[in-house]
Design a protein around this ligand. Structure first.
Ligand SMILES: NC(=O)c1ccc[n+]([C@@H]2O[C@H](COP(=O)([O-])OP(=O)(O)OC[C@H]3O[C@@H](n4cnc5c(N)ncnc54)[C@H](OP(=O)(O)O)[C@@H]3O)[C@@H](O)[C@H]2O)c1
Length: 217
């Protein structure tokens, strides 16, 4: 697929993009600044010369893509979506955003009482559908393709077909995706990120993750 990553210059988006490029997807790294997006693409191509990778501004990236990934800090979510909204019609938006407050290791409740993913869906209701995924996957090991990521990706969304696309993207990134229900469940998933950060800090590790047990496959 042609995948745009808004904020793909940051660790999380860059790491996921790298894994998808290695799996054969075409990656367009988006940034607020065209030159910064292009520079990030140069750096990804240095790691993966055979990869189909380019970089540009967020709007151009979204225009060129079939699927768009949102990977910016929560406080930049609404403005970033507004800036690309016109290019998102009928393109699935996958959000990896996990809101954090002043203390990243403590659950941060949004004023709306919703998840960031539901807020994104409300903002884009007339344009497209949103799926939440990768909130609990730390960036730390994403650039090491040999590293087996010992965690599951919890995937929330309101349409089974949309989640099927994202479950495949999990697989392509070397991860098991688990359909965990409606987009409404994203709040619990986003809040788990703070719990994982707390575990990392308390236990002096870098990549605590979630595993779902009891699944048949
Ligand atoms: N890092 C992790 O381990 C991790 C794990 C799970 C989930 N997440 C989630 O993934 C998302 C990205 O994480 P990250 O660590 O990659 O974040 P980041 O490095 O702080 O930000 C990613 C990109 O967002 C853009 N950005 C930053 N501030 C902005 C602003 N005020 N307005 C518009 N754009 C802005 C920047 O791109 P440009 O300057 O190029 O525009 C930046 O490179 C976050 O929502 C985070 O909660 C992260």
């Amino acid at each position: 697929m042609k995948i745009a990553i808004l904020g793909g210059t940051g660790d999380e988006g860059f790491g996921l993009g790298y894994r998808w490029a290695a799996a054969g997807h075409e990656i367009i790294i988006g940034s607020r600044k065209t030159a910064k997006g292009a520079q990030a693409a140069v750096s990804m191509r240095e790691r993966l010369p055979e990869g189909k990778i380019s970089g540009t501004d967020n709007l151009s990236a979204a225009q060129q893509a079939e699927l768009v990934v949102l990977s910016v800090p929560y406080w930049a979510q609404a403005s970033t979506l507004e800036s690309v909204k016109a290019a998102l019609t009928d393109k699935l938006l996958v959000t990896v955003v996990a809101p954090t407050g002043e203390k990243a290791a403590r659950v941060h409740r949004l004023e709306s009482g919703l998840s960031a993913a539901e807020e994104a869906q409300n903002q884009l209701s007339e344009v497209t559908r949103v799926v939440a995924a990768f909130q609990n996957i730390g960036a730390h090991h994403l650039l090491d393709l040999e590293h087996e990521l010992d965690c599951d990706v919890l995937v929330c969304g309101d349409k089974k077909d949309d989640k099927a696309i994202v479950l495949q993207l999990c697989k392509d990134a070397g991860l098991r995706g688990v359909n965990v229900g409606a987009l409404q469940n994203a709040r619990a998933v986003e809040e788990l990120t703070a719990v994982l950060i707390a575990i990392n800090v308390i236990h002096k590790v870098k990549s605590a993750g979630i595993r779902i047990t009891g699944l048949v496959n």
